[in-house]
Design a protein. Structure first.
Length: 273
């Protein structure tokens, strides 16, 4: 896998668990710190022998842009989290983050929705728009610490037939009134919002929330809304689902063991303390 920072990532644990379960002993999964703007040079140099890559931030747009072929989700969002080597040596870009979000919500009883909220911006928020609209959402509430960064998210929603309401960060609690919420917040923003939830007795909370954070768990916002009855899907579950799809694409297998991969990551985190 490539990106920065990646030392904390559970992707190697998950992929290696899948290899073992599938009886695959000729695949190796490692990681390399690659900074923004350096992906193409990495693939031409240290990564020239790689046949597939998991791509995390801040490289998802670069991954899409350097590929000569891409799946429909990548084309629609302009970001990819997977690169697969083509027979001619060029790259195919795929986005499995959207599937990971949708499957995580489905695991918690969310099948069809009309309205939802996304808290945060960036690549994960973009993927969340595609996942939520794919599940039927036509009204999406958005908020982030920098609302100007939500412009690509609004555009992605509108092209999919959804109407967006952008809420200023000072009114961020309003977003938690939606039935289904995806939190794409980094730890600083999550801490701020969690503190406000706890200090506001009448703060609304959703029925189901996906919090993309997972280490430590429960994440700050996840813990705050769980205390008031919200069912929460962790970012680790999302990661397991998208990693399973990556294994299938990279190795050409029909089905990867997502639940086993999730269990391996949980055990690793527990052992790490």
């Amino acid at each position: 896998m490539v990106g920065t920072p990646i030392a904390h990532s559970m992707s190697p644990v998950m992929h290696r668990a899948a290899y073992e379960a599938l009886g695959i002993d000729d695949a190796v999964y490692g990681r390399a710190e690659v900074r923004e703007g350096e992906l193409e040079a990495f693939l031409a140099g240290p990564g020239s022998d790689l046949q597939g890559l998991s791509v995390t931030m801040p490289l998802k747009r670069e991954a899409f842009e350097l590929a000569v072929e891409a799946d429909d989700v990548s084309h629609g969002l302009g970001i990819s989290n997977t690169l697969i080597r083509r027979p001619d040596g060029s790259w195919r870009a795929e986005n499995h983050d959207v599937d990971g979000i949708a499957r995580s919500l489905h695991d918690h009883g969310v099948d069809r929705i009309d309205r939802a909220a996304i808290i945060g911006s960036g690549a994960t928020a973009l993927s969340a728009v595609a996942a939520l609209t794919g599940m039927g959402a036509r009204e999406i509430v958005l908020t982030a610490r920098s609302t100007e960064r939500l412009e690509p998210v609004v555009a992605a929603a509108e092209v999919r037939g959804a109407r967006c309401t952008v809420i200023d960060w000072t009114d961020r609690l309003t977003a938690l009134a939606e039935d289904v919420v995806v939190s794409a917040l980094a730890i600083e923003g999550a801490d701020d919002l969690a503190a406000e939830v706890r200090s506001t007795p009448a703060a609304p909370v959703p029925r189901v929330m996906l919090d993309v954070l997972y280490d430590p768990w429960p994440a700050p916002l996840a813990a705050a809304v769980q205390e008031r009855g919200t069912e929460v899907a962790s970012g680790l579950r999302m990661l397991a689902h998208q990693a399973a799809r990556q294994v299938e694409s990279m190795l050409g297998v029909s089905s990867a063991p997502a639940e086993l991969m999730l269990a391996a990551a949980r055990a690793h985190l527990a052992a790490r303390g």
